[in-house]
Design a protein around this ligand. Structure first.
Ligand SMILES: [Zn+2]
Length: 283
């Protein structure tokens, strides 16, 4: 199901949205992917978006994980709701520079399971891209469900080939095999890979300040080398990051001087460089 090659048989691939449309006002797009769940993809997406916004970029964060939207909780926006103006959805503002839309804002309560058919999911994703008052954005970060299924495929097709994939993995070899598929997925669609991030890589110890390797590590970097894509660093497990996420304080993870904060900042730097390049290409 997660093999990108199976997408070849899709009868009607979604066409990139026509220009000029609302997407024309979004100058760069980063789609955050992971081979499998449980690698902290949403935390990386949230910190990337918050970091870009804090760098002064007008940023959007779109969470299209219809099965388990976690962005509202991570961003401290649980219970927030979008509003509508006419038939346009007005995003929730995390701060003056960051607009957020999550499937979670549309669910009656966080425990409600959502069952969507494929076509409906594609429709919702299209709506999130075209009928949201994103305004002028320097960068839109899209948090996809794990794998290379319908949602990531719809997003990539709708955004077109200039959208870059950012692939989040954990260091274990089993995750590495999945991430190889994510790289293949981007390549097959003709989208660039911004890089691979190895998350949950070692334990950043609050007692001694060192990063202790509790599992094998380095798999993400080896794979990046093997595939010829940038390696954007290792983000260690750090109690403060989880605490911040639980309290909806993404800001802390970006602002601090801890190993995890510095690693997040490298990812933000790569995202900002990509956004600047996209901007320059348009000028
Ligand atoms: Zn220690």
């Amino acid at each position: 199901m997660n093999q990108p090659s199976q997408t070849k048989g899709s009868p009607e691939p979604l066409k990139p949205l026509e220009i000029p449309g609302p997407l024309e006002r979004i100058k760069s797009k980063i789609v955050v992917l992971s081979g499998k769940g449980g690698v902290g993809k949403s935390t990386v997406a949230a910190n990337l978006a918050a970091g870009l916004a804090l760098e002064g970029l007008k940023t959007g964060l779109l969470d299209i994980d219809v099965h388990g939207p976690s962005i509202p909780r991570i961003m401290g926006l649980a219970g927030a709701n979008t509003t509508t103006a006419g038939d346009v959805i007005v995003p929730v503002e995390w701060n003056w520079n960051l607009k957020v839309v999550s499937m979670g804002f549309f669910l009656p309560d966080p425990g409600t399971p959502v069952i969507w058919r494929g076509a409906m999911k594609g429709g919702v994703i299209q709506q999130f891209l075209t009928q949201v008052a994103w305004g002028d954005l320097d960068c839109l970060v899209v948090d996809c469900p794990p794998g290379t299924g319908d949602e990531p495929l719809s997003v990539m097709q709708l955004l077109g080939r200039e959208a870059a994939g950012l692939i989040v993995t954990s260091p274990q070899d089993v995750a590495i095999d999945d991430v190889r598929r994510s790289v293949g997925f981007c390549r097959e669609l003709g989208n660039p890979v911004l890089g691979i991030v190895e998350n949950l890589s070692g334990f950043s110890c609050p007692d001694c300040g060192a990063v202790h390797q509790i599992f094998s590590s380095g798999g993400g970097e080896r794979l990046a080398q093997e595939c010829g894509v940038p390696f954007l660093g290792r983000i260690p497990i750090e109690p403060a990051v989880g605490r911040a996420a639980d309290q909806g304080e993404t800001f802390l993870a970006v602002k601090g001087q801890t190993p995890a904060a510095m690693a997040f900042r490298e990812v933000v730097r790569a995202g900002a460089a990509f956004a600047a390049a996209q901007l320059a290409a348009r000028a």
